[in-house]
Design a protein around this ligand. Sequence first.
Ligand SMILES: Cc1cc2nc3c(=O)[nH]c(=O)nc-3n(C[C@H](O)[C@H](O)[C@H](O)COP(=O)(O)OP(=O)(O)OC[C@H]3O[C@@H](n4cnc5c(N)ncnc54)[C@H](O)[C@@H]3O)c2cc1C
Length: 435
Amino acid sequence: MSNPDVIVAGGGPAGSSTASFLRQRGRSVLVLERERFPRFHLGESLLPFGGDLYRELGVFDEIDRRYLHKPGARILHEESGESFTYYFDCAIDAHNPYAYQVPRGDFDQLLLDNARRLGAEVREETSVGKVAFHPDRVEVLARGPDGREFTVEAPMFVDATGRDALVATAHQLKVPDEAITTNVACYTHWQNARREPGVDEGNFTLLLFDGGWWWLIPFRGDVTSVGVVFEKSYTLARKGMSPAELYEGALAEQREIRKILDGATRVRPIETTGNWSYRATRFYGDRFLLAGDSAAFIDPLFSTGVLMAMQSGKYAAEAIDEALAADDFRAERFARYEERALAGADLFKKLVHEFYGENLRRILIASGSNPTVCSIIVSLLAGDVYKKAMWHSVIRKRGFSRLAHQGEIPGLRPRSTRQIARSSGGPPGDPPPSR
Ligand SMILES: Cc1cc2nc3c(=O)[nH]c(=O)nc-3n(C[C@H](O)[C@H](O)[C@H](O)COP(=O)(O)OP(=O)(O)OC[C@H]3O[C@@H](n4cnc5c(N)ncnc54)[C@H](O)[C@@H]3O)c2cc1C
């Protein structure tokens, strides 16, 4: 492709969605992806509201057929063994009653192949090096699979390089989120880990312990992704330990996770990653946009990354389509893109901050006896943050803590508290697990 309208760096969910939505608007796109797909990636638990995007992209049926359905999120407490589950079919807007658990290599390839099907040119094993922004064009220097460098030009550039954040790093736009108290994850896959019975098999499990939390993400078949996220204080006290020592040490100390993995076999090496919570000071500039993790990443606590990446890809495509129509690529016209992408992300961020600020425990307690709060928590966990709703503004203005003491919210009809199914513990209203 000699002169695409847009060059996208990165073929993950943000890059492939940007490309597909641009193709649906008739724009020519070149995607440059460093790896050969399928490649392993973190972020294997999706949220129900991704369903709307899969439908728009024409991949809903394939996703629905291919992956294990995730009807809810179970919260389990290591120290007490108590657990409860939020079911997505009880969200305020429940038209996406479940999500999916996906091996990301496969899922990302499905999305990237779909971008190709829609007409995007995709070059894998092609790494973007330098990006030069000129008044009349963007010039991208890349290296292809044969090791040779080449240059391509376009009116617009999208950085969708994930946490590598090519442009934000080069221009020092990344600011860490200091309110987040975790900073290291160690993870692997297990075969034959214990699962919940029946439809609950597909639930995400968040296992809280003093020092961090585990994720359990079951895939169709017998493999389960099991990762652990550590508090900074936990890793500091174990300075010098390898990722495998940290992971196995936590496993040895903890009863609930050992019960789940009793008789299971580890089928991948233990790997690690860290320092994930940041936001770029701006998501745009003359002739470029940042999409997905390259713009911002919130702690992985509530599995929000892929939804945010794909939604930002959609907003990026809309903004660029308008810019191409107007032949105007000045930064100012992209401010609205950032606003749209941030509106939803900020609600997730609030929820995560409340969790790490320890307020979430109070909120979870309130959710057991307050249908309004309960509906809101389920809706947020389902990813209902992008379309406008009255309850969004209430949270933005008043936060969660005040919400817990509030009865009614105008325009919100709570369903009930029945979505909290206690598998153990006391009657409704008793405190759920503490961290
Ligand atoms: C510990 C942890 C757990 C997580 N769990 C979840 C979860 O359960 N659910 C969830 O939704 N999210 C989760 N996430 C977040 C999720 O992984 C990301 O938000 C998501 O992958 C973002 O998509 P993206 O397209 O922006 O970036 P990526 O998926 O990272 O894609 C970026 C692509 O860009 C390519 N690339 C990088 N540099 C270059 C370059 N120079 N040139 C060309 N290509 C390049 C990479 O190869 C990659 O394929 C988790 C994250 C972490 C750290």
